[in-house]
Design a protein. Structure first.
Length: 75
């Protein structure tokens, strides 16, 4: 029961981090972690954002190599 909740919250955090990575990639806006005074919390925040970057890169690589996606030429 508890393990299920931990997994659920973990997946929610990874999804949030991935969305934040997508926002950074598409708009250039990113959370300002240098404003966090505690170095331990700043490190945790940077790792949290790094996980999203990694997942976003993996999803993007999967889409590029997939036959189900094509490049949008309208831009």
């Amino acid at each position: 029961m508890v393990l299920g909740k931990v997994m659920h919250y973990t997946m929610d955090a990874v999804l949030l981090s991935t969305v934040m990575a997508g926002i950074r990639r598409s708009s250039g806006f990113t959370p300002e972690t240098s404003g966090i005074s505690d170095p331990t919390l700043r490190s945790i925040a940077d790792r949290f954002l790094g996980v999203g970057e990694t997942i976003f890169d993996m999803a993007q690589a999967t889409a590029v190599n997939s036959e189900y996606f094509k490049k949008d030429t309208r831009r």
